[in-house]
Design a protein around this ligand. Structure first.
Ligand SMILES: O=C1O[C@H](COP(=O)(O)O)[C@@H](O)[C@H](O)[C@H]1O
Length: 272
């Protein structure tokens, strides 16, 4: 099948993690050859746990000093909050690196905006007062600084996106039927009414997602079986994950396990 995403169904989560590690290293090496830096965006949810395996954290080929890490989406909470995608990435990846390993550059949500008067010495704002547009604009500027000025490139091109897929077919903080799916100007956008808590978040927009050079979804466990059938067999229109599959085609690979792909008719591969 040409121009279609590849669906991997690995026999174990160990195999999934190992394959993910090797895919990340391959993308890193290609990016370093191209522009001597590796621009990657990482999701939250269940994804970071697949980064914790020694296949990745202890991989001798890692060149972390060349990594620019962004979050595919982030919840508008402090960066150390248990709900923060940054906290999950720290716990499941950064904190598991060897003590002498270089650290990547990680682009975090600017926490100042979470405080009254944007002053970190003041108390946290009430949720209804969190200025999501300001937080989103600030994060977009972080992308602009790494990818070049917005007026000189129409869209940033990530070397690799690591995405999750919610049981409702959302990815990043792009939810089914949400008006944000039609955003075609901003690189990063705020959402005030996320159906999944917490309600206030920022997210990469769909054009930025589909523009990436390589997109890897990770969806594992029986809880993902129903949505994978909807995505691959029914190609249900309007599901954000279907929009990514259609918009990015063969640049997309899905890393799943057998529990998740059980009953899916779309052809699967069991190894890289
Ligand atoms: O809320 C979020 O959910 C999605 C999917 O999470 P999962 O636990 O079902 O894998 C995640 O990709 C996103 O980053 C996160 O903010």
């Amino acid at each position: 099948m040409i121009n279609h995403p590849t669906l991997y169904s690995f026999p174990t989560s160990e195999k999934l993690s190992e394959s993910l590690a090797s895919t990340i290293i391959t993308a890193q090496d290609a990016a370093l050859k191209r522009h001597n830096t590796f621009r990657i965006a990482v999701s939250g949810g269940s994804l970071p746990q697949y980064l914790s395996s020694p296949h990745l954290t202890q991989n001798p080929s890692l060149k972390l000093d060349k990594w620019e890490v962004f979050y595919a989406d982030e919840r508008c909470v402090p960066n150390s909050d248990p709900e923060s995608n940054n906290k999950a990435f720290e716990d499941k990846f950064l904190n598991l690196l060897s003590a002498d390993s270089p650290r990547p550059t990680v682009h975090k949500l600017n926490e100042d905006y979470l405080h009254e008067d944007n002053d970190p010495s003041k108390p946290l704002r009430a949720v209804e007062d969190i200025p999501t547009q300001d937080i989103s604009d600030d994060y977009e500027q972080q992308l602009v600084r790494v990818f070049a000025a917005k007026d000189s490139v129409k869209l940033p091109i990530f070397d690799l996106l690591l995405l999750g897929c919610g049981p409702d077919g959302h990815t990043c903080s792009l939810f089914p039927g949400h008006e944000l799916l039609r955003e075609d100007v901003a690189w990063v956008a705020p959402i005030e009414d996320s159906p999944k808590p917490p309600p206030k978040r920022i997210t990469l927009t769909m054009p930025v997602v589909t523009h990436a050079l390589r997109i890897v979804f990770v969806a594992a466990g029986a809880g993902k079986q129903g949505i994978l059938k909807q995505i691959f067999d029914k190609e249900e229109e309007g599901l954000p994950c279907v929009l990514v599959n259609k918009g990015a085609g063969e640049k997309v690979a899905w890393f799943c396990d057998e529990a998740a792909t059980g009953g899916v008719e779309y052809p699967v591969k069991s190894s890289l």
